[in-house]
Design a protein around this ligand. Structure first.
Ligand code: KIV
Ligand code: ZN
Length: 556
């Protein structure tokens, strides 16, 4: 990076701020939310939304619970104008929702903007002009006084049009490129506008402080907000709005710190769509609050559906690791994470815990419409016994004994590793059935009759081994032991019966049992599972399966 000397700071840290907000631990109430998806978000799309797409998105935003929605820049294009008229003329704006429209400080644009909102019950007219050093010098070639004149010109015209408007009009002013503007100058221009608009408690104005381009660390932006918060005229009648963009990846931090420092309102978008790196992602902000026990007053309980509509109408893609909404943000592939999550979920259930603190999951995925089965425990070559056992238990009702979980975990991992792919729960179950359950491919007991005598249980069995049938008579201290001895004599392999467990398979009304048997031979343990409506038969099937597994492995 040899050109580092090309860069130096483009922001102005204000003087006289205390930064005392840093001592606050968090946000204790939600801000006023304003979605700018249909304006800032739309203007950043490769193909801007059509009228129908904007309508579908508008309905989605209302459903999520936004009460303020910037619907466009009606003077900028025919579609934007038409969209505004459609919403008003077709009565599509809910009574508790206020539309917001953006305008530059130019007479014909302001006139067209007011024409566009004619008939709206309540609209916010959002006036802006650029104030930063770079914009003043390079783009507008105007000094500070001339830049103030642009703002005052627009503010006065807004007053004029408001006087004859039928609906309620609220004003918003943005010193665009605020973060590259000297704080004293930003304050001066905002105060000039406030003087013209003369806000009252019944008719407040919004002063929006955009991070048009992010130039500093979040605490510097927040100190700029503090400066405005402490010095703006008529502060009690002014709503301070924050509008962070994400150039430095700090839009969420800028917003959160800005709220601590005095902001009242947030302008942002779903998933952070917007110019360049985007606007602040309102979903992340709202769910950050939610995860701290603060109700954001927005409903993100069905994020998959919101994602689907968003991706369809914007033609954008939600990044897999986008906080809260990405496809993989709740996924645990690694064995240790899966194990901790499975244990955490069990702990939660046993303790009937009311507060969420499951390891590795900042919120309960089901609160945002995700499902544990498909979204959390995901199986690949990094996975382990915890996650695989969890899937087998929660989805397929097989409670594998701990040592078998381990063995099955290694087996599944190695299949995933060789196939170089993730395995779906159904595939894991298929592997289990194929490689462990009711196996008879090398050896099987075709028929067995038991009787008891003074030596124990006698089993008379017909054994099929490698395609050949033999009749055996063997004794054991139980049926399983007797059949095991029959299998040993048929195969000539002196393995030992290592462990045996069982459980009902489908709960209380179950008609089936699952048994798990391990046999040991030459220092190695081999597992098998038996499933049958008769518990004795299921244990024998488990044993036969374990012996088949052993034979398969020692014949390799
Ligand atoms: O980012 C920005 O500065 C804007 C203004 C129009 C508010 O979008
Ligand atoms: Zn913006």
């Amino acid at each position: 990076m040899k050109n580092v000397q090309k860069y130096s700071k483009q922001y102005f840290a204000p003087s006289g701020v205390t930064m005392d907000w840093v001592k606050k631990e968090g946000i204790d109430k939600p801000p006023v939310w304003c979605s700018v998806d249909l304006r800032d978000g739309n203007q950043a799309l490769i193909i801007p939304m059509s009228l129908e797409e904007k309508l579908e998105f508008f309905k989605l935003l209302c459903k999520v619970g936004f009460k303020e929605i910037e619907i466009g820049f009606p003077a900028a294009s025919e579609t934007e104008y038409e969209f505004c008229r459609t919403l008003i003329e077709q009565n599509l704006i809910p009574d508790d929702v206020t539309i917001q429209v953006l305008t530059q400080s130019r007479e014909h644009i302001i006139a067209k903007t007011f024409e566009a909102i004619d008939g709206a019950k309540h609209a916010v007219v959002h006036l802006y002009n650029s104030t930063s050093v770079a914009q003043r010098e390079q783009v507008f070639k105007k000094d500070k006084k001339e830049i103030i004149e642009i703002a005052k010109f627009g503010a006065n015209l807004c007053n004029k049009y408001k006087a004859s408007a039928k609906g309620k009009i609220t004003f918003e002013y943005s010193p665009e490129s605020f973060t590259g503007t000297e704080p004293e100058f930003a304050l001066e221009i905002c105060n000039e506008v406030i003087d013209i608009w003369k806000p009252t408690p019944e008719d407040k104005v919004i002063i929006n402080l955009p991070v048009t381009v992010s130039h500093s660390m979040p605490h510097v932006y927040a100190s700029q907000v503090e400066y405005m918060h402490k010095n703006l005229k008529c502060r009690e009648n002014v709503i301070i709005s924050l509008h962070p963009h994400n150039d430095r990846g700090c839009a969420v931090a800028d917003s959160e710190m800005g709220l601590l420092a005095g902001g009242d309102r947030i302008e942002g978008t779903l998933f952070g769509n917007g110019e360049r790196t985007g606007n602040v992602d309102i979903i992340t902000l709202a769910l950050n609050m939610y995860s701290q026990g603060v109700d954001p007053n927005l409903d993100f309980s069905n994020l998959p559906e919101i994602t689907e509509v968003y991706e369809k109408v914007t033609r954008m893609h939600v990044y897999e690791r986008q906080p809260y909404s990405g496809q993989l943000v709740f996924a645990a592939f690694s064995g240790s994470h899966q194990d901790a999550i499975a244990k955490g979920m069990k702990f939660r259930e046993e303790k009937k815990a009311s507060v969420w603190n499951v390891p590795y999951l900042p919120i309960d995925p089901t609160d945002v419409g995700r499902v544990y089965e498909a979204d959390v425990i995901r199986i690949n070559s990094q996975s382990g016994k915890g996650g695989i056992g969890y899937i087998m238990e929660t989805q397929f009702k097989y409670v594998l004994p701990p040592k078998m979980r381990e063995a099955f975990g290694y087996h599944v991992k190695s299949i995933s590793d060789h196939a170089h792919k993730e395995l779906q729960p159904a595939e894991v179950y298929e592997i289990f059935k194929r490689d462990f359950v009711n196996l008879t491919d090398i050896i099987d007991v075709e028929k067995a009759v038991y009787e008891e005598n003074e030596n124990g249980i006698v089993a008379n069995a017909t054994i099929k081994y490698n395609g050949n049938y033999t009749k055996t008579e063997s004794v054991g201290n139980g049926r399983l032991d007797a059949i095991s001895n029959a299998l040993k004599s048929a195969t000539g392999i002196d393995y030992s019966l290592d462990s045996y467990t069982e459980h009902d398979l489908e709960g209380k009304s179950s008609s089936k049992a699952a048994s798990y048997v391990s046999v040991k031979y030459d220092g190695k343990v081999y597992w098998g599972t038996g499933v049958d409506s008769d518990i004795i038969v299921s244990s024998v099937k488990a044993l036969i399966s374990a012996v088949n597994t052993m034979l398969k492995n020692i014949n390799k």
